[in-house]
Design a protein around this ligand. Structure first.
Ligand SMILES: *[C@@H]1O[C@H](CO)[C@@H](O)[C@H](O)[C@H]1NC(C)=O
Ligand SMILES: *[C@@H]1O[C@H](CO)[C@@H](O)[C@H](O)[C@H]1NC(C)=O
Ligand SMILES: *[C@@H]1O[C@H](CO)[C@@H](O)[C@H](O)[C@H]1NC(C)=O
Ligand SMILES: *[C@@H]1O[C@H](CO)[C@@H](O)[C@H](O)[C@H]1NC(C)=O
Length: 433
């Protein structure tokens, strides 16, 4: 259903001439290594990790982050990443779609989250797993970022391309048949991963690893940096502080002031964030609180662009085809999240909303009412209806597309990021285009 990996032309931001330059550098480097492999061995074992010379030779600066949880969360993080990369004028390294909940963050309101460097390493390990399993799909093969890229508001590079340039190693080596080349590759891949995760701290000019997370920081962005350093309104309460021995204070930090020009991070080739997930809790954003109040035109255009990033046409078409060929009628879509975490306690509200909606449809329209139900409850628990369990692989995404094509309307579980995404798709008429 998805095209195989596209050539560099999909990420046309590294000009060919630059690539040729990297390539020649790489060959020189390789030649040098061959000639003096003894020296090379020595330098590898006796020094700590370093950026390779080809990485340091790049004038372009990069940024990556740790995507996690379900697809909708990954999409939200991706949007935040695009925004921050745009603000900081760094090329965003575009990650793959991670397996559903293969990497988890924890809970921000409970101040119980995985450390940024640990979540980055988990993401790296999972990326290798996806490559080995032949299941690597870039998020840019699912989400259509072509208009974002052509607007030149932000530059992007595929993670695999980035790794081959920056670490001088092809990720495809992870699945080499030959055990000898695989084991030598696995060592280089491990080093590349530790470096990118900032596992051994910051390295001058090479990597700046952001260690702030939602326990200590809410990222903001204002032209005058006015909120930089002030306390956020949401803080751990006394009970939590005592129970968990928490000494954290949450501060609002201006992303441009802290990590942009003039900061310690500025000169680093790579800026590594941890999670970029954020949600509102008790009236406060858990981690990213960047809004349109800013005056800069470029920033406002970027904000506008990331409001809605459509699925690629392949996914939308699959959804439309299903609606047309299988449901064959006007239908209503209900997305019911019933089993997972916070949603367990809201069954009544969820079903009350659905009941009201169906009642009004029954009074207005022709019968029967066809309903497409998207749920995390196993198929056996439903009788009738076009149900499908909610899992985020390609068919899971197709389901969101089906839902956005529901001509009789849509109701989702309040607070679910999937529901928000479907509402956006409907609002922007992505089914009809
Ligand atoms: C943004 O980064 C690019 C590439 O490194 C550079 O050419 C350009 O001058 C930068 N723009 C600003 C406003 O700093
Ligand atoms: C890898 O191994 C499989 C089975 O062992 C073999 O069929 C295949 O041809 C090998 N591929 C390469 C590129 O050597
Ligand atoms: C789903 O069905 C199974 C068996 O058919 C039942 O044991 C389980 O309680 C049901 N789950 C819910 C949430 O209704
Ligand atoms: C995708 O998810 C569906 C359930 O929604 C499952 O039946 C199917 O096996 C999954 N496919 C893959 C390739 O994981």
């Amino acid at each position: 259903m998805f095209p195989k990996r596209k050539p560099h032309s999909r990420f046309p931001l590294i000009p060919i001439s630059l690539l040729i330059a990297f390539f020649s550098l790489f060959i020189l480097y390789y030649y040098y290594m061959k000639r003096d492999s003894h020296f090379n061995e020595l330098s590898k074992t006796s020094t700590t990790l370093q950026c390779s010379s080809q990485a340091l030779a790049l004038t372009e600066k990069f940024m990556w982050y740790a995507p996690h949880s379900g697809f909708s969360n990954q999409l939200l993080e991706f949007k935040h990443a695009v925004l921050i990369a745009g603000i900081l004028n760094r090329t965003l390294v575009v990650p793959p779609v991670l397996d559903h909940h293969a990497v988890a963050l924890g809970s921000c309101p409970k101040f119980r989250v995985v450390e940024p460097k640990d979540i980055r390493i988990s993401v790296w390990d999972h990326v290798l797993e996806l490559i080995r399993g032949g299941r690597y799909i870039s998020i840019a093969e699912v989400i259509d970022i072509s208009s974002l890229v052509s607007s030149s508001l932000v530059r992007v590079i595929d993670l695999r391309d980035f790794v081959s340039i920056w670490c001088g190693i092809s990720l495809d080596l992870a699945c080499s048949n030959d055990s000898k080349s695989r084991s030598s590759a696995s060592k280089s891949l491990e080093q590349c991963g530790s470096l990118l995760a900032g596992f051994h701290g910051n390295i001058e000019k090479c990597i700046y690893a952001v260690n702030e997370d939602c326990r200590t920081t809410v990222w903001t962005y204002h032209i005058d940096g006015r909120e930089n350093g002030v306390l956020d309104s949401f803080q751990p309460d006394e009970q939590l502080k005592q129970k968990k021995k928490i000494s954290y204070v949450r501060r609002r930090r201006d992303v441009f002031r802290m990590l942009g020009p003039g900061s310690e991070a500025e000169s680093a080739s790579m800026l590594a964030f941890g999670s970029l997930f954020s949600a509102t809790y008790k009236g406060s954003e858990s981690y990213i609180d960047i809004h349109e109040s800013h005056q800069d035109q470029r920033f406002l255009s970027l904000m506008e662009k990331i409001k809605f990033l459509p699925f690629v046409p392949e996914v939308m078409n699959a959804g439309k085809k299903f609606a047309k060929a299988t449901i064959k009628a006007q239908f209503f879509c209900a997305q019911l999240r019933l089993l997972d975490g916070q949603f367990k306690n809201h069954h009544k509200a969820t079903f009350d909303g659905l009941r009201q909606k169906l009642e009004s449809l029954r009074q207005k329209g022709p019968l029967p009412i066809h309903i497409f139900v998207m749920t995390d409850l196993p198929r056996d628990n439903w009788t009738g209806g076009y149900t499908s369990s909610q899992e985020t692989n390609c068919s899971g995404l197709r389901r969101e597309a089906v839902c956005s094509c529901a001509s009789l309307g849509f109701i989702g579980t309040p607070g679910s990021t999937i529901a928000e995404n479907i509402e956006l798709m409907s609002k922007f008429g992505s089914c009809s285009t």
